[in-house]
Design a binder for this molecule. Sequence first.
Ligand code: G4P
Length: 190
Amino acid sequence: MKSLKKRIIEEGHALNKDVLKVDSFLNHQVDANLMYEVGTYFKDYFKEHGITKVFTIESSGIAPAAMAALQMDLKLIILKKQNSKILKGEVYQTTVHSFTKDTDYELTLSKKYIGKDDKVLLIDDFLANGEAAMGVARIIEEAGAKLSGIGIVIEKSFQPGRKILENKGYDIYSLARIARLDKNVVEFLD
Ligand code: G4P
């Protein structure tokens, strides 16, 4: 997605070999027009996949996921990050480890918002190690539903997330794929 890459080049800050800050249009201030365009790309790519629901994880995935859901005329479900296990049986939960932030959380989804016939499109802002997406996949599998696609705004292709998800057979569509980061350096894959 040309306009996204342009914004990454113009406004992104590569802090080091691992982290790209994009606070001015994605993670802190959100450019709603850009997110709208992001939504059109996800809709175009996934329109033949029979998607019934759009999922994301709080919080930075919400803006692009909402735009995709709007364009696909589907409900958006936001999976929550809880600090501890909920013992009542009304939710699905799985522990997710974030390598970037070195923390664990309980990814949580109410059983009300998924059924076994659902075909889910997961949208997230970044793909790094794939831990969050794998957590969503575990929950969807436990619910007997299907993860039919994964839409990512910025993929750090030098980290293992894509490989791990591809090996599980998931269809991943990323709007910007980054081959390399270094202090003030951003290189795209294509
Ligand atoms: P993974 O799910 O692919 O394994 O990623 P990881 O746990 O390593 O990432 C943890 C958090 O850090 C996620 O946000 C992710 O979006 C964010 N993140 C990872 N790499 C980058 C990066 O290069 N730049 C930026 N800006 N963020 C990155 P989160 O904890 O879910 O927080 P939130 O912002 O969605 O609330």
